[in-house]
Ligand binder design. Structure first.
Ligand code: CMP
Length: 137
């Protein structure tokens, strides 16, 4: 079993679609191992997305991720990292497959509903950013 980190982004929470997204995650076979809802500070969002700090969209990304609360979860499944990325669909919802979370719930490449770790090593770092061992079941 592998773990990955997901964030239901402020657009998803704001639209009242958190339950629908969590349902599709569970229906796809993931187990939720940890969950927390929080309103990221600017510093917390900048820290989480530090690898993107030189990208032209970084300022907009941080503004978006701090505009309202998010739900952060640790998910577990066989091949959780790639399985979640498949379920999420392409970063740009216009390019996402039908039935994927981003095709169903995202607005555009920035307001794209959900984040998922891009590799097992990244997942370990991202999980540790939000959760300690006592907070995972
Ligand atoms: P996420 O998977 O959370 O990782 C980085 C985020 O940057 C991405 O989803 C998008 O929400 C956001 N983003 C905004 N513009 C772009 C872009 N041009 N390319 C990639 N990611 C972008």
């Amino acid at each position: 079993m592998q773990k990955t980190l997901t964030i239901l982004k402020p657009d998803t929470i704001g639209a009242g679609r958190a339950g629908a997204v969590i349902a599709s995650i569970e229906e796809a076979g993931f187990r939720i191992r940890a969950v927390r809802m929080l309103h990221l500070t600017r510093g917390q969002a900048e820290g989480f997305y530090a690898v993107h700090r030189e990208r032209p969209f970084f300022g907009d990304l941080v503004a978006f991720m701090t505009e309202g609360p998010v739900i952060v979860m640790v998910l577990e499944a066989d091949d959780a990292v790639s399985k979640l990325r498949e379920l999420m669909g392409a970063t740009d919802p216009a390019k996402a497959e039908n039935g994927t979370i981003r095709k169903r719930f995202a607005t555009n490449i920035e307001r794209n509903a959900i984040h998922g770790s891009d590799a097992p090593e990244t997942a370990a770092v991202e999980i540790a950013y939000f959760f300690n061992r006592l907070e995972m079941v």
